[in-house]
Every structure is written in structure tokens, then in C-alpha cells.
Ligand binder design. Structure first.
Ligand code: ADP
Ligand code: MG
Length: 683
């Protein structure tokens, strides 16, 4: 980085936060938007909301006290007038804006008490010399603390000059890039300094050919990195697991049900992989409630029965504890102990679990990320299972895989997700994994009946809870989604619980939220599972994994603020037994069109894949499905959903590059993924 003039250690560190480690990385910090400073607008033609450059002569400058001390400066250009308003100003500024001074300003026009105005515009005084306007659109870059816009712009301009002297190698062979997309250098030059007639809407939507060119290359780079990783994994050694102790068959025989055909199919894939001497890397995909846990447990049993350890990682403590209770119930009777490791355990419990894992005394370990933190050593880790992987990043997934690498052996990996992402997307985001799908639910399930109810009818919903609990069933009440903080969410949940307790004196009402001590959470969950609590008030912490088949009613408050994927996950907590289940989506009017459509989709549709498809079609800003759920979170230019149409070409291009020009494949992934080493060892 220091190769750039004037960049010291402090600035270099701040740039690193933007992902900039090398001069070339600067080129890939792309503008968020553009401003047009290539032309002036006549003052008489201005409209509120416009961001533009103007020129005019100062008519009057005065300090006023309308509520607050401020400097007002009126300029005119013959076609009209404009007021400039400053709340922070110095004496010299006031003197500089004397009547007769010519100014050029840039800012946003808005309607003020005296007509159109700009508040704190950028401005400069014009002298007698001609002051040329910008020739290209002005880029506005994403900011990081301590790197001012002007500084970043100057650094990038320098990197662009560097680009002219020494263009980056064109790594995409002729014919690979679909359509008539520009070269890499052209695309970069264009995006940093688009010409004044550029299509701003197209750029804002990310659909300009220059953006598509970069998006294509970026997706290809990530895809290649994962594929290369898969290749290198195949060259590693793993323990072939044969389950001499026959623990898996004994476990399955003791279950009160038989595996469905879909589960058995997935299990057969896993069994085949585990018997091999190279590490398994498999994604187990299946809708909420399809029964992934028992397939994972059978794999863990095979590991333990082969004398190696299996670790199951869950994204929340709640879920880790639930898995632990299940595993204990399944395996203790078979003489196989199970350890739990979670961040909030008392130190003594945690220490003894850690020791048992380090000595190899226990072969089945369940936990949160705590499983893979410093200081946790496995005696002989043979299998890593990640539940609800979309809650973790790619990095975490890869880090834990590295954790197991010992004595020249890599652990097998089984990754589970309920995120029903379309196939092309899955193939790109999980290119390092083989995929098994469980595509059917266990028998006897009836679809969850979903109704959408406006807030004023809350009392009816409360009655419904009473009715359902009177019938011996249980219910969840999910509290409003408050964005601000976990703290506020917890508070809202406590208030809701208190109100419901008061309204329902005959019911046992419990509460779980993320801020509760682990023991209290655990106690509430256990009581709910055992039926001692009838109504469980919760934040979205129960979104993933929680499994209480007797709970048949789910009420979700503020459903209009949740994304489809989240609603589907939450609703997946009911409909797990044989009884008829229902889900009530409470909303507050007025509904935005997108929210209305989302509620309609979730009401009419129970199938995760179908919901995902509709989600893709509807996706507004901030919607859930795309990058966040697949783990390719740090894409710079591309957007997995917006650019989904590029994915088939990305996949075929990756195959061709790997087959014919593997050195370019490695260089391409290094260019985009570079210093951050997000995929660990590449190639
Ligand atoms: P998910 O795939 O969402 O993790 P779970 O593994 O939690 O689903 O399973 C949901 C419920 O279905 C659990 O109560 C589980 O015991 C039950 N279940 C799993 N497989 C079967 C099966 N083959 N027959 C009947 N019930 C099953
Ligand atoms: Mg699960």
C-alpha cells in the first residue's frame, strides 16, 4: 500500500477496512453513486430535490436568528434566485460572501421558508479566470472512518493513472465474457469516471455493461476459489469411517420412526463419503422440518462408532442446547456420552467439557462457535457438522474445517441449511461442496394454516391462544422486530410477556430472548418442551431449529417487517407433529405494497423453494434471500440475486478455465479475493 504516495501506516490501516491492501485494490472500490458537476443549472429552472451545480452573484448576505443563529446568502443569475443557508460559519466566511461576489455551488435544492435553497452547499468563489466544469461525472465512494471523500478520490485517481501505465492483465480469455461486455480496464475507467451522458439509472441499478463485466469476473473469481478449494481438499487425507461398533445402526433402530426415503437417500450419500479416505464436503439442504438432524446424528454416530470425534456446531445457544438434549437422549442409552460447549456455560462445566474433548473421552461434542475457539483442542476430530450454515459466514465454515486438521488428516464436513436457494445459486455459492437434498417432509404432516390479521384484532388472536392451550396444545408468540439492538428487543419481549401474563392468568407464560442468562433460557425451553409452559413469548432467537412438536400455534407480531425467508423459518417451528397447526401474522396498517405482497406469498405458500422463488422475484432492497443467506457476503460489485442470470455462464467459464488455463484461474481468484484470504488456502 505504501507504494502509493503519501499513504502512511494509519491511513493504510483505515483503507484496509475498505478491503484495500494493494494499489490495485483501490480500483475495485467502486462508487456508490455519481454527481453531475459537468453542467450548471439556471437558478430559474431549479426544482426541489435536484442535486446540481449552479452559479450566481451574491445579492445579500446576513446573519439571522430564526430559532437559531444562521447565515443566509442570496444569489441570483438573471434567471432566478437561490438562498444558501449555513448553520455553522465563520466570520471570514461571512466577509467572503460580500455582495457582488460570484459563486459556484453544488448541493441539494430544497424548498425553504424563503423559496428554494441549499443548506450547507459546497461552494467556491469565482475569480476573473475561467473556471472549467468537470468533464466526467463525479464518483461518490463508500466512506470509512478517517478516509475523507476527497482523499479517497485522489488516491483512486492516482491508481487509475497507474492503470494507464500498467493495465491489469486481462485474465478472461476471448469469448468467455457473455455479450458485448467491455474489457476490464475499460470497465474500471468507465465506472470511476463515467462520461457526462452516462445512463445514471442503469448505473444506479447495477445493470450497466461495465458493472456486469466486473460482476461476472467477481462471481467467476469466487466460484473458482471455491472450486480450487474443493480440489485441494480432495487431495487431503481423512479417516475412512467404518463404524465397527455399529453405533449408527443401533441409533436408527432405537428411533421411534423410520427414515423417510428422502432422508435415507441423503444418508446414503453421506455414508459413501464417510467411508472414503478423502474428506467429505457435503451440503445437506432441506426445508424446515424435513428432518435433517437425525441424518446428521447418524453421521455423528458413524464417526463415534469408528473411534473418532464428531462436533456439531449450531448458530445459537438455544439450538445447541436442544441438540445436546436430543443427542443425550439418543446416545446415552447406547453408552456414548455427549459433551456441550457453549459460550455462556459456567466456567467449571465448560472446563470439564473441554478436558473431555481434549483427551478424547467424549466423541460427540455439541456447541456454538465456542467449539472452535482458541483453547479448544480435539483429540481426534473426524467429522464436523454445521447446522443452519446460512447463519455463519463462509469464513467461519472454513476456519472450523482447518481446526480439525491434525496429523495430516482433515475432518469430514457436513453442512446443513434450510435455505431453499435455487440450484444455480447454490452451485455458485457452495461450489466447494457436494449437495444432497431432502425434498420431502416426514409423513403425517398437515400444512400450517396461515392467516393475516391486522393489529386491531389482537384480542381475537389472544383468545385463539387461550383456546389452543385449553385443548392441550402450546403456542409461540414472537415479539415485534426492533432493529435498534438486542437490548431493546429483549425489553420489548419482556413487556409483551408481562402484558400477555396479565391478560391470560390461567396460562403458564414463559419468555426467552437473547439477553437472558443461559440457564434461564435453558430452563424456559425445557419447561416449554416438557409442557409446563403453555405460551412461549420469544424474540426471533427461536427462528432456527427449535423443535417442540406439541406447539401448534405461532403468532408473529409485526410480520410486515420481516423478510420471507425469516417468516418461513419462524413458521417452521409449528406443524412438526401430527396435529393441525396454524400461524397468525399480525401486522400494523398501512401496508407498503411490497409488505402486502410478502404476506400474501407466505399465507398462500408453504413450500420453501416456491417461497424462495417468489422472494427472488419480489426482492426489494434489504431483502433476505441473496447474499446474506448464502455466505458470499462480501461481494464488491456482484449481487447474487440481481446478477443471477450470469451464473450459468460463470459456471461453464469456470470449468473451461480450470481445464485449459488453471494458472489464470488462480490469478483471477487472487485478484478479487486477494489479501483477505477469505477462502483460506487457495489452490
Ligand atoms: P430440520 O430439518 O428443520 O432440522 P428436524 O431435524 O428438527 O428438522 O426434524 C423435525 C421433526 O421431525 C423432529 O421432531 C424430528 O424428530 C421429526 N422427524 C424427523 N425425521 C422423521 C421421520 N422420518 N418420521 C417422523 N418424524 C421425523
Ligand atoms: Mg434443524
Amino acid at each position: 500500500m505504501t507504494a502509493l504516495r503519501g499513504v502512511g501506516a494509519a491511513l493504510a490501516e483505515r483503507l484496509a477496512r475498505l478491503g484495500v491492501y494493494r494499489v490495485a485494490d483501490l480500483l475495485f472500490v467502486l462508487p456508490l453513486r455519481y454527481e453531475d458537476r459537468t453542467r450548471l443549472s439556471a437558478l430559474g429552472s431549479l426544482a426541489s430535490g435536484q442535486r446540481t451545480a449552479v452559479e450566481g452573484e451574491v445579492q445579500l448576505t446576513e446573519v439571522t436568528y430564526r430559532g437559531r443563529r444562521q447565515l443566509l446568502c442570496r444569489i441570483a443569475d438573471g434567471s432566478g434566485m437561490l438562498t444558501l443557508r449555513f448553520f455553522y460559519f465563520s466570520q471570514s466566511q461571512q466577509t467572503n460572501l460580500a455582495r457582488g461576489t460570484r459563486l459556484r455551488c453544488f448541493g441539494e435544492v430544497r424548498r425553504g421558508p424563503l423559496g428554494l435553497e441549499m443548506v450547507h452547499p459546497e461552494y467556491r468563489r469565482l475569480g476573473t479566470l475561467p473556471a472549467p466544469l468537470e468533464e466526467t461525472l463525479t464518483p461518490i465512494y463508500p466512506l470509512t472512518e478517517g478516509v475523507p471523500q476527497g482523499r479517497l478520490r485522489a488516491l483512486i485517481a492516482e491508481a487509475l493513472r497507474e492503470l494507464e501505465r500498467d493495465p491489469p492483465e486481462e485474465l478472461m480469455p476471448e469469448g468467455l465474457v457473455p455479450g458485448a461486455l467491455p474489457s476490464l480496464s475499460e470497465a474500471l475507467r468507465y465506472l470511476h469516471h463515467p462520461p457526462r451522458d452516462a445512463q445514471l439509472e442503469e448505473l444506479a441499478a447495477g445493470r450497466h455493461p461495465a458493472q456486469r463485466r466486473l460482476a461476472f469476473e467477481e462471481l467467476l473469481a469466487h466460484h473458482l476459489a471455491l472450486k480450487l478449494r474443493r480440489r485441494s481438499l480432495r487431495t487431503e487425507a481423512a479417516w475412512p469411517l467404518h463404524d465397527a461398533a455399529q453405533l449408527a445402526p443401533r441409533f436408527l433402530a432405537a428411533l421411534p420412526f423410520a427414515l423417510t426415503a428422502a432422508q435415507a437417500g441423503a444418508r446414503a450419500d453421506v455414508e459413501r463419503d464417510l467411508a472414503a479416505a478423502t474428506p467429505m464436503a457435503r451440503l445437506l439442504q432441506g426445508d424446515v422440518g424435513c428432518g435433517k438432524t437425525v441424518v446428521a446424528a447418524a453421521a455423528a454416530a458413524r464417526a463415534a462408532g469408528s473411534g473418532v470425534q464428531a462436533a456439531l456446531m449450531a448458530p445459537t445457544e438455544l439450538l445447541a442446547e436442544q441438540h445436546w438434549r436430543n443427542f443425550r437422549a439418543w446416545f446415552q442409552p447406547l453408552g456414548e456420552p455427549v459433551a456441550l460447549l457453549s459460550g455462556s456455560q459456567p466456567a467449571r462445566t465448560r472446563d470439564s467439557a473441554r478436558r473431555a474433548i481434549a483427551t478424547g473421552e467424549v466423541r460427540l461434542a455439541i456447541g456454538t462457535q465456542a467449539l472452535f475457539q482458541e483453547g479448544i483442542e480435539f483429540a481426534r476430530l473426524g467429522l464436523v457438522i454445521v447446522d443452519e450454515q446460512h447463519r455463519f459466514g463462509v469464513q467461519q465454515r472454513l476456519r472450523l474445517q482447518e481446526k480439525g486438521q491434525r496429523g495430516g488428516r482433515a475432518p469430514h464436513q457436513l453442512i446443513m441449511t434450510a435455505t431453499p436457494i435455487p440450484r444455480t445459486l447454490a452451485m455458485t455459492a457452495y461450489a466447494d461442496l457436494d449437495i444432497s437434498v431432502i425434498d420431502a417432509l416426514p409423513p403425517g404432516r398437515t400444512p400450517v394454516q396461515t392467516v393475516v390479521v391486522p393489529e386491531p384484532r389482537r384480542a381475537e388472536v389472544v383468545q385463539r391462544v387461550v383456546q389452543s392451550c385449553r385443548d392441550g396444545r402450546q403456542a409461540y408468540w414472537v415479539c415485534p422486530l426492533i432493529d435498534e439492538s438486542e437490548e431493546l428487543r429483549a425489553q420489548a419481549a419482556e413487556e409483551t410477556a408481562a402484558r400477555l401474563k396479565e391478560a391470560l392468568p390461567a396460562l403458564q407464560v414463559g419468555l426467552v430472548h437473547g439477553r437472558m442468562p443461559a440457564r434461564a433460557k435453558d430452563a424456559a425451553m425445557l419447561a416449554f418442551q416438557a409442557g409446563r409452559i403453555q405460551l412461549l413469548v420469544a424474540t426471533t432467537v427461536i427462528e432456527v431449529g427449535v423443535d417442540v412438536p406439541n406447539a401448534t400455534l405461532m403468532v408473529i407480531e409485526n410480520a410486515e417487517r420481516m423478510g420471507l425467508a425469516q417468516l418461513h423459518q419462524l413458521r417452521g417451528r409449528v406443524g412438526r407433529g401430527v396435529g393441525l397447526s396454524s400461524c397468525v401474522l399480525l401486522y400494523r396498517a398501512p401496508l407498503a405494497p411490497l409488505a402486502r405482497e410478502r404476506l400474501r406469498v407466505i399465507r398462500d405458500c408453504g413450500d420453501g423453494f416456491e417461497i424462495a422463488r417468489r422472494d427472488l422475484a419480489l426482492r426489494g432492497p434489504g431483502e433476505l434471500l441473496g447474499t446474506r443467506q448464502t455466505g458470499l457476503a462480501q461481494l464488491k460489485v456482484a449481487d447474487l440475486v440481481r446478477d443471477a442470470d450470469l451464473l450459468p455462464a460463470v459456471q461453464s467459464s469456470a470449468e473451461r478455465l480450470l481445464a485449459h488455463e488453471p494458472h489464470k484461474a488462480a490469478a483471477l481468484s487472487a485478484r478479487w479475493i486477494g489479501g483477505a484470504e477469505r477462502y483460506g488456502r487457495v489452490g
